[in-house]
Design a protein around this ligand. Structure first.
Ligand code: NAD
Ligand code: MG
Length: 335
């Protein structure tokens, strides 16, 4: 072995040792079953095409808004796998739609990274929300549950005030909740349905952000969940896709407005992800059975696969990420 190689080997082993030490210390941030043995598994390569379930999926449908706990297979939000390393220690986050899907994955990850977390959801989703609250508490962090309907401006203001009060401040706002229902034709979309989608997906983030802004100090972060639908809309998601284009514009405009104040605004644009939204009217049965099969990875994403993106965008080491939209689409679409 020449000197260079010896050096590299020593560095690699040294690095590994540090990695193991960090991992061994990380149960402080609430990960489950974290052992040195686990780190060997963590370092092994995982084939993304076979890592999670592939279509065909079983036919299934739930009344809106749907529960993750009743999906087959159950989505993976990182309940047993996400390991924190203190990246958000001491931060205070409010996440809408934090009971399931991307919101739940973000809530679990934020708590294990050391943040206190408030989640909003609909009263019908109490069963899902309870699981998330328990997981946040298990991570040793403060968990705040604030159910309510975001289509109501007064509630949006109250939600932010309550989160600020119970968390003792706010420095991360994740605008993630959304309404998505398929309609074959524009003629099938009633004014009431159109308004419902607009209120949930466009007005609520507007109201929440206005209410949150006076509390956000430099270094705070606003994150919106947008979609590949913003740039590549499906025929049957006519109203929803327009709201996702609006969410992307929200990010790009507000980032310019708030950048000078030291508040970063970024977006996450998922492709097909296995969540209750899709089994409660968000996808046709045909699409659901083959869900994600047409992406280069040949399967839908699981919410946990986006968790680290929400963490990254909130963390202060991503301090030059502003006005960006990070995609997670399995190889299709554009953020
Ligand atoms: P999800 O059903 O798990 O989450 C959506 C949440 O929105 C629900 O849990 C519910 O709590 C909340 N919500 C809806 N209407 C509400 C209202 N009126 N008041 C309060 N809360 C309300 O599904 P998800 O897929 O994780 O959705 C999260 C985000 O991801 C959404 O913004 C969605 O547009 C986006 N997205 C999802 C996909 C996908 O394939 N699942 C793809 C692209 C973008
Ligand atoms: Mg839900």
């Amino acid at each position: 072995m020449n000197e260079d190689n010896k050096m590299n080997r020593r560095k690699a082993i040294g690095g590994l040792g540090m990695g193991i030490a960090a991992l061994a210390a990380s149960p402080v941030f609430g990960s489950t079953g974290n052992t040195t043995g686990g780190s060997a598994l963590q370092l092994s390569l995982e084939d993304p095409t076979t890592k999670y379930p592939r279509p065909p999926f079983k036919e299934q449908s739930q009344p809106w808004p749907g529960l993750a706990g009743k999906m087959e297979p159950r989505p993976d939000h990182g309940e047993t796998s996400y390991k924190g390393s203190g990246r958000l220690a001491g931060r205070k986050a409010l996440i809408t739609g934090g009971d399931s899907g991307m919101g739940r994955a973000a809530a679990i990850a934020y708590a294990r990274e050391g943040a206190d977390v408030a989640i909003n959801y609909l009263p019908d989703e109490e069963a899902d929300a309870k699981e998330v609250i328990d997981l946040i508490k298990k991570a040793g962090r403060k968990a705040v549950a604030i159910p309510g309907d975001l289509r109501d401006e007064a509630f949006c203001r109250k939600l932010v005030e309550e989160a600020v009060k119970q968390l003792g401040g706010l420095d991360i706002l994740v605008n993630n909740a959304a309404r998505q229902q398929t309609h074959k034709s524009i003629l099938d979309i009633s004014n009431e349905q159109f308004d419902w989608t607009m209120k949930t997906n466009i007005y609520a983030p507007f109201w929440l952000t206005k209410a949150a802004l006076p509390h956000l100090k430099p270094g705070s972060s606003i994150i919106s969940t947008t979609s590949e639908q913003a740039n590549d809309p499906s025929a049957e998601l006519f109203d929803y896709a327009q709201t996702k284009a609006a969410n992307t514009s929200f990010v790009r405009s507000l980032a310019k407005q708030l950048g000078p104040k030291g508040i970063r605004v970024n977006g996450v644009a998922p492709g097909p992800i296995w969540t209750p939204l899709q089994v409660s009217g968000g996808a046709t049965m045909e699409k659901l059975k083959g869900f994600g099969g047409d992406t280069p990875l040949g399967r839908p994403g699981q919410p946990v696969e986006l968790a680290s993106i929400y963490v990254q965008l909130a963390a202060s080491d991503a301090s030059y990420a502003n006005g960006q939209v990070y995609g997670a689409m399995g190889g299709g679409g554009q953020p």
